[in-house]
Design a protein around this ligand. Structure first.
Ligand SMILES: Cc1cc2nc3c(=O)[nH]c(=O)nc-3n(C[C@H](O)[C@H](O)[C@H](O)COP(=O)(O)O)c2cc1C
Ligand SMILES: [Fe+2]
Ligand SMILES: [Fe+2]
Length: 413
């Protein structure tokens, strides 16, 4: 891949990374991830976002620059919207190759440049409203959007082209599939991007949903012609679509999400699984879309997507050594960490003697703004009465979820 034109003077110079590594050391990325980096040519030259040395990404960035005849010593500014190393891992090396380039970030960002890369010179802190004039009618204006995703985060707006370089905001997992722009994306690729955007949001961004809404509000005065995030597609024809999508996702943390149920279950010896089947039958009778996941067999990354998207959440897990089946406990801890709030919830699970899973469930459900049905715990193999009760409770939950209006609209591109 070589550099790709956004405008006559703005180019994508990023890399698509295919790797067995987990993103942030936690999240599988079977479809890889795009590390988007950009260069703007005025009288002066600025690079916005870098890459991490990952699957050849650093070499790709250098080759992309070469393809548009930019030498490393031509670079005047290295703009770092956000210091997470997926975008900045190459900073130390680039600094040694382009020692005169100024590294631009917020004050908190500059502190992280020092901490992560031991670079002390040519650091330029900026704040909201500051502008760097690149000449040739190109100006970079900065706006701090703290905690989308880290505290130091800012965005960069190029005033001539109206391109918003938005950092992690409006990003997605997944490599580009031949097209970097949303308007080149075929209908067949759209479900891929829908899933990878949601999973990226649920895994990486959802904790900061309130900050995302604040950022969208703060940026609403800008005339945005194109959104160029640091991961995923570049939105040049309908940037409002990705903003609406992110707004919808952010609001899932304030209100019930979509009328569907995510069932997450785990079982050692099958007793909890017997109840699972009754529960599923109950949902089936009401007719609500359903996603079923088993822990630990499936990675929580994928389960979080559906837990996030569905207004209904059913947790089935037995007791293990006086507490909840550990993979489910971990999953529920992730639900808390990622602030997957405002759900209609039902818990069931089997125990052998004194139980313990329900106590964990109660603790982990605290302050989650969950609307919880009466939990159903049972000793060993469920009785017929218990199975009937499980089916009934699932039907009740499904009826409630069915009433919730869908929020997906105006997102065609
Ligand atoms: C490793 C292990 C630890 C267990 N610890 C407890 C426990 O601390 N308290 C309890 O009431 N039951 C305990 N049990 C019993 C299970 O909760 C019980 O067998 C339950 O029916 C298992 O459900 P499942 O068949 O869905 O795995 C334990 C079982 C296993 C295999
Ligand atoms: Fe990040
Ligand atoms: Fe990132």
């Amino acid at each position: 891949m070589v550099a790709i034109k956004l405008t006559d003077d703005v180019f994508w110079i990023g890399a698509n990374v295919h790797t067995e590594d987990l993103f942030e050391g936690i999240w599988p990325i079977p479809n890889g991830v795009a590390l988007n980096s950009y260069v703007i040519k005025g009288d002066k030259i600025a690079i916005i976002e870098l890459v991490r040395e990952w699957g050849g990404a650093a070499l790709t960035l250098l080759k992309n620059l070469e393809s548009i005849s930019i030498k490393l010593t031509d670079i005047d500014y290295i703009i770092l919207n956000h210091l997470e190393p997926d975008h900045t891992g190459f900073t130390y090396l680039l600094n040694s190759l382009s020692p005169d380039a100024e590294i631009v970030s917020t004050q908190k960002g500059v502190n992280l440049v020092k901490a992560f890369y031991q670079i002390e010179n040519n650091l330029k802190p900026v704040k909201t409203g500051d502008v760097i004039d690149l000449g040739d009618n190109k100006k970079l204006e900065f706006t701090e959007i703290p905690n989308v995703h880290w505290p130091e985060t800012m965005v960069t707006y190029e005033t001539n082209s109206g391109i918003l370089f938005s950092g992690d905001a409006f990003g997605a997992f997944g490599v580009h599939q031949g097209c970097i722009f949303e308007d080149e994306t075929s209908d067949e690729s759209k479900p891929y991007w829908e899933e990878e955007t949601l999973r990226y949001y649920a895994n990486i961004i959802s904790t900061f949903s309130g900050n995302v809404l604040n950022a969208i509000e703060k940026l609403s005065g800008l005339k945005i012609n194109m959104i160029a995030p640091s991961h995923g597609l570049i939105w040049r024809k309908s940037p409002e679509v990705i903003v609406k999508k992110y707004q919808r996702y952010s609001n899932y943390n304030k209100d019930y999400a979509e009328p569907a149920i995510c069932v997450v279950w785990g079982s050692m010896y099958g007793n909890t699984e017997v109840m699972l089947n009754s529960v599923l039958r109950g949902i089936g009778k009401v007719g609500v879309p359903i996603k079923v996941h088993r822990v630990p067999n499936e990675d929580p990354s994928f389960i979080l997507s559906n837990a996030y998207r569905c207004a209904g959440l059913i947790i089935g897990a037995p007791t293990y050594e006086y507490s909840m089946f550990p993979p489910m406990k971990y999953f529920m801890e992730l639900l808390r960490k990622k602030r997957i709030t405002h759900k209609k919830v039902f818990y069931f699970g089997s125990y052998g003697w004194s139980g313990g899973a329900k106590k964990d469930f109660d603790n982990l459900a605290e302050n989650m703004h969950w609307d919880i049905l009466e939990p159903l715990t049972f000793n060993g193999y469920p009785t017929l009465e218990e199975l009937e009760k499980g089916e009934k409770l699932a039907m009740e939950l499904a009826q409630q979820v069915k009433q919730i209006p869908s929020k997906t609209k105006d997102e065609n591109y």
